[in-house]
Ligand binder design. Sequence first.
Ligand code: ATP
Ligand code: MG
Length: 137
Amino acid sequence: MERTLVMIKPDGVERNLIGKIINIFEEKGLKVVAIKKLRLTKEQAKAFYIVHKDRPFYESLTDYISSGSVVAIVFEGENAIKKVREIMGATDPKDAEEGTIRKLFGLNKEKNTVHGSDSPESAKKEINFFFSESELI
Ligand code: ATP
Ligand code: MG
C-alpha cells in the first residue's frame, strides 16, 4: 500500500473545511494513517517548499502557509499519490475538474486549500517532515 502526505492549507482550516476534506478522501477509499494540526513558522514553510525556492511565488507562498494553522495527514491506499492528486484537482482552481477539492473550495492559484505529494520521493520526505516513526503506525 502506498502512502502520501496531504496538507490542508490555512484557507481550508480557517473556513472549517477539515472534516469535509477528510471525508472526500475517505469516501474514495483512502485511510488516515496519521494526522496533526499545527502552525508552521516561516522557516519551516520555506523548508517544506524548498523545491520552489527560485520561483517568483516562493515568498508569498511561504508567508501564506505560515499565516495560520495547517492540518497534515498521511493517507494510505492503492496508488495513493496519484489518487490524491486527482481528487485535489489542478493547482489553479479555475482549471480544476468539477467535483475536485480545489474546484469545490479553492480560492485562487495560491490559496488552493490542499497540498498533496507529487512523487514517492517527495511523499517520503514530506511524511518525515511532519511525523516521527512512532506516529506512523
Ligand atoms: P502542491 O505542491 O501545494 O500540492 P501543486 O503541486 O499543484 O501544489 P506546485 O507547482 O507544486 O503545485 O506549487 C506549489 C504551491 O505553490 C501551489 O499549490 C500553490 O499554492 C502555489 N503556487 C503555484 N504556482 C503559483 C503561482 N503561479 N502563483 C501563486 N502561487 C502559486
Ligand atoms: Mg507540488
